[in-house]
Design a protein around this ligand. Structure first.
Ligand code: DC
Length: 220
């Protein structure tokens, strides 16, 4: 199978880029952040704090996570229920960041991710795909952008969706998540040694997609 790993901090444009690359190559796009988000939603629905390891572990194995594809769009199922909308709510972001710091949660999702990549040509995005999940991926990309740029993009996106928020709050939350994601002990956000780093602040989405397609073409 041909696997493309794409890692980087939240808001760098990974999912938009990955979706377009997948479309262009006829690959499956696997959004691993959605899996952590679904676990976060599950824990919240159980009425438990997502930053309490014991509490999370007490309900982790009751959460059956599946990714399905409807007209090429990824849908996330939690115990059979489509939670694709719920996992994008603001509280699900911090919940996902919290549960993702727990090694057993990562182990639980690791097999699922590995199996998906073994079964199909795919582009998988996350934080530890090139380093831990698919260290043998043929292409590895590390996509970054400044925290300010990422907060600005998210601000515009939320405004367009009709749910405006305070820019400074967004920036503070992005910084907090960056810190959590890169300082946890298990599989922190880190560039794989053999990954190609692209700073998305300086390029359009289509330019980045073209760069990745070129690298994939060379290695196929
Ligand atoms: O990419 P995202 O914002 O949907 O990810 C949600 C959270 O899940 C984020 O705080 C980091 C975590 N995550 C992770 O630890 N490892 C991954 N492979 C993907 C996401």
């Amino acid at each position: 199978m041909f696997n493309i790993a794409i890692d980087g901090p939240s808001g760098a444009g990974k999912s938009t880029v990955a979706r377009k690359v997948a479309q262009s190559l006829g690959f499956v796009y696997v959004d691993t952040g959605a899996m952590y988000r679904a676990i976060g939603v599950h824990v919240m629905r159980c009425g438990l704090p997502t930053d309490d390891e014991q509490a999370v572990l007490s309900v982790l194995f009751d959460a059956k996570i599946e990714l399905t594809y409807v007209n090429g769009e990824q849908r996330v199922l939690l115990n059979g229920e489509d939670v694709s909308v719920d996992i994008r709510l603001p509280e699900a972001s911090m919940a996902a960041s919290n549960v993702s710091a727990i090694p057993k949660v990562r182990e639980y999702l690791f097999d699922l991710q590995k199996n998906m990549a073994a079964a199909k040509d795919c582009i998988m995005d996350g934080r530890d795909i090139g380093t831990v999940v698919l260290p043998e991926a043929q292409v590895k990309i590390f996509l970054t952008a400044s925290a300010e740029e990422r907060a600005k993009r998210r601000y515009i996106e939320l405004q367009q969706r009709g749910t405006p928020v305070d820019y400074d709050e967004l920036l503070a939350e992005i910084r907090q998540r960056d810190y959590n994601d890169s300082h946890r002990t298990t599989a922190p956000l880190k560039k794989a040694e053999d990954a190609v780093e692209i700073d998305s602040t300086n390029y359009s989405i289509d330019e980045i997609v073209a760069m990745i397609l070129k690298i994939a073409e060379e290695r196929r």
